[in-house]
Design a protein around this ligand. Structure first.
Ligand code: KG4
Ligand code: ZN
Length: 419
């Protein structure tokens, strides 16, 4: 009660410092995701409670095409965002529909036109929004966080425009969030997270090196403090996940390639084969910089498959090739991460992105950090948070988000960390 006696500005500052409810939206690629999270306590070591977290994967749909089709992704995000948001609000106990449809009545003609303009490129959203979002009472949400890049532009725009429309009708600020920051902060969610129970974000010991490995990116990021990110190395061509996907396609293992290759590699020890002399390169493993290159490795797989002796049984070759390919990628990722961590004397190593679901990568990094960097702590994300999701966007927004005027927010397909 005492808070109400404070000036509105001071009240807002204190209030934001201590308690805030974030609705986060992620649509950068082929997952449509919405999260509602409550943040309490200090900015950089808050207590977080997940009120609801929903991820709708489009993977099966894109698998038929062997990869993500941007316009299909856009269509699915439009179809799914409103129902997911309503479901999340309901589960969070924030779904109240006013009998008198207060919002529709109070939305001025000017704002109705504005809503139309915001959603004009998202026709499916425009048709659902007035019927299903406008009749709701304004929920107990303080801020809307949304991924605005990097990612597929048509997919990103759906989330961004939806966030802007919510901001308009709920009169709430928007935090545009870098997708890669989401992957970075997801690493710090405890493995044992139980969604309904609050958990404390760990106190980070700087400097941090983050290995971010996804379908579109492979980056080593040096973080000296909150808000200070520097890419010290990145792929010069294909991302690690992209290489997994392309090599899987060559071996007709389907999409997404990462889990398919990991599954084949795991069969290797069970397959009775003569030692196939498959040896792939470890590109740039000894280069002095922290950059990566995976496109040559992909070509090496292509040639190795082409040059197999006639009559070789593919059922034997595929597990062996998958294992060697996975070993090669993991060798390079681990070697460069450990070297960077040593050179920069970091206290914390974090890993994030779809490829961080890979068991071999997790195992090898754990072993090497223990052996070579006993004073550093390795944070691996909960496997359920390695892929794209809105919870990571909510966490990144809580830890390092800056509100922006909705008019100044747009999708930035090539957004980079550190800009
Ligand atoms: O982070 P993410 O879900 O989406 C992007 O932001 O790109 O990453 C997707 C990538 C895909 O390339 C997929 O093949 C890869 O992560 N991936 C894996 C594994 N699970 C997913 N790569 C290796 N091993 C896995 N177990
Ligand atoms: Zn991602």
């Amino acid at each position: 009660m005492g808070c109400y006696l404070l000036s509105p500005v001071l009240f807002r500052i204190i209030w934001y410092g201590f308690c805030m409810k974030i609705l986060a939206i992620e649509t950068s690629c082929d997952e449509t995701s919405v999260a509602i999270m409550e943040v309490n306590g200090s900015r950089h070591q808050p207590t977080l409670r997940v009120c609801e977290h929903l991820v709708a994967s489009q993977v099966e749909m894109h698998a038929k095409f062997g990869g993500v089709v941007p316009n299909l992704a856009k269509r699915e995000h439009q179809r799914l965002l409103v129902p997911l948001t309503l479901r999340a609000l309901k589960k969070a106990g924030m779904h109240k529909s006013s009998k008198f449809k207060v919002q529709s009545l109070t939305l001025t003609l000017k704002n109705k036109n504005l809503l139309q303009t915001i959603l004009e490129r998202e026709p499916e959203l425009l048709s659902q929004f007035p019927k299903r979002i406008l009749p709701l009472d304004i929920p107990d949400i303080d801020v809307i966080a949304v991924t605005h890049g990097p990612g597929l532009a048509p997919a990103l725009w759906v989330g961004v425009n939806f966030a802007k429309a919510l901001a308009l009708v709920w009169k709430r600020p928007v935090i545009p969030m870098n997708h890669m920051k989401g992957h970075l902060y997801a690493a710090f969610v405890p493995e044992t997270i139980h969604y309904s129970a609050p958990f404390q974000f760990p106190r980070l010991r700087f400097a941090v090196i983050a290995l971010l490995v996804s379908g579109g990116h492979t980056e080593l990021v040096l973080m000296k403090k909150f808000g200070d990110y520097k890419i010290i190395g990145e792929t010069l061509d294909d991302a690690a996940g992209e290489a997994f996907d392309k090599v899987a396609r060559m071996m007709k293992l389907g999409y997404p390639g990462g889990p398919a290759i990991a599954t084949e590699a795991a069969k290797f020890k069970n397959v009775k084969i003569e030692r196939l002399k498959i040896r792939l390169p470890r590109p740039m493993i000894s280069s002095k910089d922290y950059n990566f290159s995976f496109s040559g490795l992909k070509t090496a797989v292509l040639y190795a498959l082409r040059d197999l002796p006639k009559g070789t049984r593919m059922t034997s070759v595929i597990p062996a090739m998958a294992k060697e390919f996975q070993d090669a990628v993991v060798d390079v990722l681990v070697a460069k991460t450990i070297r960077a961590a040593k050179e920069y004397g970091v206290k914390t190593i974090a890993v994030g992105g779809g490829v961080s679901a890979n068991h071999l990568l997790r195992e090898r990094l754990s072993q090497e950090v223990k052996k070579q960097l006993p004073n550093a702590k390795l944070f691996l994300p909960h496997v359920s948070l390695t892929g794209d999701n809105a919870l990571m966007i909510a966490i990144a927004a809580a830890l390092d988000g800056k509100k922006k005027a909705p008019n100044d927010i747009g999708a930035e397909a090539n957004l980079r960390l550190g800009n």
